[in-house]
Design a protein around this ligand. Structure first.
Ligand code: ADP
Ligand code: MG
Length: 269
């Protein structure tokens, strides 16, 4: 007679024990349910095993798609970003992946898309970091998890620029424009979500959150760049003199400002 197979049950506490590391907020039910599901614990297990992680400390941020935690790697602070498999905002993610030639032909289940997103943020940060830009160095990714350099001091993340009283706004404005130029010219990327929320400030600006960044040949690249420029100008317009958006577009791309309603491509100047 055929017996019922006992269903292999997922036991959170046992799995966390098996990890052999401390997860500070894991006993908070919301964090446990939303973030540390079975797949995520499995990925963490691998990362712990490969010595990329020694402990997961306090929560730094709960965003629309991901949670960020301070973590420890053998005595060094690192940041760990975990894209939530259950409750990530799936629809907005799709729009950026479609049209990116690096991700054609991939299966588009929800889980796969979220894994691709973590991988995409890793490769965007890597490209930017290798081009010498002021972004966290990405260390490793696995499934929905990205481990990167911690941008902060003494366990405290640098504040988002929106919460900083800038000493010399004009200088910071220029640094941000230089970032956009170098990102475009040296890394071939457009940030695509550049704003005072995704710029951390510790004496100088640090640029984060590049999951949605696209290569300059993405069909909507210029549209995203125009929006980045508009966001930055909006933030700085009450703080210092800002440059004309068309002029900035040309400085960054070397192209005339495209009228995107009529044509998608800029022309060479
Ligand atoms: N490498 C990092 N070092 C320090 N803090 C970080 C780092 N990455 C993210 N954070 C913190 O977490 C917040 C959210 O990270 P972000 O990458 O912008 O995710 P989201 O997609 O949720 O906006 C940031 O505003 C910042 O405060
Ligand atoms: Mg962000």
């Amino acid at each position: 007679m055929k017996r019922d197979q006992p269903e292999k049950e997922f036991n959170f506490d046992r799995e966390v024990d098996r990890l052999g590391i401390r997860i500070k907020d894991a006993n908070q039910l919301k964090v446990r349910d939303d973030v540390f599901d079975e797949i995520t614990l499995l990925a963490l297990y691998k990362l712990v095993h490969k010595k990329w992680l020694s402990a997961i400390g306090g929560s730094i941020s709960t965003g629309k798609e991901a949670n960020v935690f301070l973590a420890d790697r053998e005595g060094t602070d690192v940041a760990i970003k975990i894209y939530r498999i259950r409750t990530a905002n799936f629809n907005t993610m799709n729009e950026y992946i479609l049209g990116d030639r690096r991700f054609t032909g991939m299966r588009k289940s929800r889980k796969d898309l979220i894994f691709a997103w973590a991988k995409k943020e890793f490769s965007n940060l890597k490209r930017a970091h290798e081009a010498g830009l002021s972004v966290p160095e990405p260390y490793v990714w696995d499934r929905n998890i990205l481990i990167m350099e911690f941008m902060g001091a003494e366990g405290r993340p640098y504040p988002q620029m929106r919460n900083v009283d800038l000493e010399d706004a004009a200088v910071t404005y220029e640094e941000i424009i230089s970032f956009m130029i170098d990102l475009y010219k040296n890394a071939g990327l457009i940030h695509a979500d550049l704003s005072e929320f995704n710029i951390l400030f510790g004496e100088r600006p640090f640029f984060i959150d590049m999951g949605q960044s696209v290569t300059t040949d993405h069909p909507r690249a210029f549209q995203f760049l125009k929006r980045d420029i508009a966001n930055i100008n909006h933030f700085f317009s009450s703080r210092c003199e800002v440059k004309d958006e068309r002029e900035l577009f040309t400085r960054i791309t070397g192209l005339v400002f495209p009228d995107l309603d009529k044509e998608q491509q800029g022309k060479k100047v």
